[in-house]
Design a protein around this ligand. Structure first.
Ligand SMILES: Cc1cc2nc3c(=O)[nH]c(=O)nc-3n(C[C@H](O)[C@H](O)[C@H](O)COP(=O)(O)OP(=O)(O)OC[C@H]3O[C@@H](n4cnc5c(N)ncnc54)[C@H](O)[C@@H]3O)c2cc1C
Length: 311
């Protein structure tokens, strides 16, 4: 039954390769899995195989076996990501089952990588811990946030990260101290592998104050960003000395459309999916924005989104 399904698919991966890679895996596996519904843009073709590992030992097994079989593997949280229309060849991991959060001592919280930032922030506030307020309104997973050094003008991952727990391609668990990592704007140089958890260093604070400040900041974000339409956060990194949103707005591109991909009328550094946008529409719009802004200002906007897949 499984072989028959696989023969019908356009996968670059042979059934025996899959059988080897998935041997002993306990998490759910879906072949030809539509990724659009797992992304905040609601765009993207299927993955050859989507796996939801049960726990860290399951991640270790999958990563090790995929590396041995030379199968490509990526992790998807889905909120800073454009998946191309032809989908992703190889394995895609969703870490949604790795969502445990524990308080280790007065200032240290350990969280697994699949926990969503709003849940993690809610936990920190409930524990009267400050340091994650910058994460208000950011929907990604902690693992994705670490990889992207996610943040806002209030702070970023770098400000509160104590250590990252990773699974290496050999399947070993490795802990990297934040002090040994090179961080820059929306970037950190991590060793190859899958982030499975992070230790966060937070500060005891008044719960009432935290509740009030996070509520006020969420209101501000709802007011200034198109949160009711499918989007993937800021499209471009801010160039030094200005914001990408300002340059795009000054180029007269607010509201500009390619198919159902539109530069948000609310915030010019957001592109929204009006309903049936394809990745190709998004990519054409991105190119148009980069060209117009470059001709006007000489600045080439750098993409913050990660673009994955083929087609
Ligand atoms: C409405 C909205 C508002 C946003 N606001 C902000 C904001 O203010 N600031 C900000 O920085 N971002 C913002 N974002 C973007 C996004 O939420 C963050 O960048 C987030 O941290 C990405 O997490 P993710 O789990 O969705 O990762 P993804 O977008 O799925 O992945 C990003 C990259 O990290 C890799 N990756 C993900 N998880 C792992 C892992 N566990 N191990 C190894 N690699 C991994 C992926 O393969 C990909 O290359 C916003 C997004 C939306 C939709």
């Amino acid at each position: 039954m499984m072989d028959c399904q696989l023969e019908d698919r356009k996968s670059a991966i042979s059934p025996p390769q899959f059988a080897t890679v998935l041997s002993g895996v306990r998490g759910a596996v879906t072949f030809d899995a539509p990724l659009a519904e797992l992304t905040s843009l609601r765009i993207g073709g299927p993955a050859d195989a989507l796996i939801v590992p049960e726990d860290v030992p399951d991640v270790r097994r999958i990563v090790r076996q995929a590396a041995t079989a030379r199968l490509p593997l990526m992790v998807l949280g889905g909120t800073n990501l454009l998946v191309k229309d032809g989908g992703v060849r190889g394995l895609v991991l969703s870490l949604s089952k790795l969502a445990a959060v524990t308080r280790e001592d007065e200032r240290i919280v350990f969280a697994e990588a699949g926990v969503r930032l709003p849940t993690l922030l809610g936990y920190a506030v409930s524990q009267s811990l400050s340091g994650l307020e910058w994460a208000v309104g950011i929907p990604g997973t902690l693992g994705g946030a670490v990889v992207m050094n996610a943040g806002t003008k209030l702070g970023d991952v770098q400000n509160c990260l104590d250590a990252v727990q990773m699974v290496t391609p050999e399947g070993h668990v490795r802990t990297c101290a934040a002090a040994d990592l090179a961080f820059s704007y929306r970037r950190v140089d991590l060793p190859e592998g899958v982030v499975v958890g992070a230790r966060l260093r937070l500060t005891p604070a008044s719960k009432k104050h935290l509740e009030a400040s996070t509520k006020a900041y969420l209101q501000y974000r709802k007011h200034s960003q198109p949160l009711s339409q499918p989007n993937a956060g800021s499209v471009f990194k801010n160039p030094s000395g200005t914001t990408a949103g300002r340059l795009i707005e000054e180029a007269g591109l607010k509201g500009y459309r390619v198919g159902d991909a539109q530069v948000s009328a609310k915030h010019a550094n957001f592109i929204v999916n009006l309903g049936r946008a394809r990745a190709t529409d998004m990519l054409l719009l991105i190119k148009k924005i980069q060209q117009d802004v470059f001709h006007r200002t000489g600045t080439m906007l750098e993409l913050e989104w990660k673009v994955v897949g083929e087609g």
